[in-house]
Design a protein around this ligand. Sequence first.
Ligand code: SF4
Length: 204
Amino acid sequence: MRLTGCNLRCSWCDSEYTFTGGQRRTVEEVVEEVEQLSPGGGLVEITGGEPMLQEREVVPLMQRLVDRGYTLLLETSGERPLQRVPARVIKIVDVKCPNSGEPGTFDMENLEVLNRPDEVKFVLSDREDYEFARDFVARHNLNHRVNAVLFSPAFSKDANGTRDTSHCLLDPRELADWMLADAVPARLGLQIHKFIWDPALKGV
Ligand code: SF4
């Protein structure tokens, strides 16, 4: 479920098409559509854009769906307060690094509402980003707060045709070496869909 609108402008954003457009739906209509697509439960991911810009609607929507037995994932930058996100929703929080163009936007009070099933990810484009992420994880003991900490190289927005790791803004091999050298308690994650499908393809 992809919501329209974002208040950030990350330099490597791969979903700029979400900044405008979309279709207006009521919470009821969305719940009905989810139940038609996946009757009786299943996995629902809410992403954007920034879903929490529509907090007034998306919080009751999430509550309705978890009450009906769905497993909910919420992708967010953590720039908006997350205190009202229902406890059973798994938050996947993308803390912005210096070279995203949006450093310092993470609301530090959100650290207190991270739960064990949640994930925190950092999209990295160079050594400065890596050091920021490494130090953030250590300073806030992140690996003991959440289920997974992920370091992911940013992917070139211009990549098309045959894709390989040369389209990552930070060489994954180099990142792996750094993480091993520093024994960072995080997983290296590649955006595997960008390798499998054309990066411009929606819905994959
Ligand atoms: S927060 Fe997400 S949707 Fe918004 S600009 Fe950054 S990457 Fe794009």
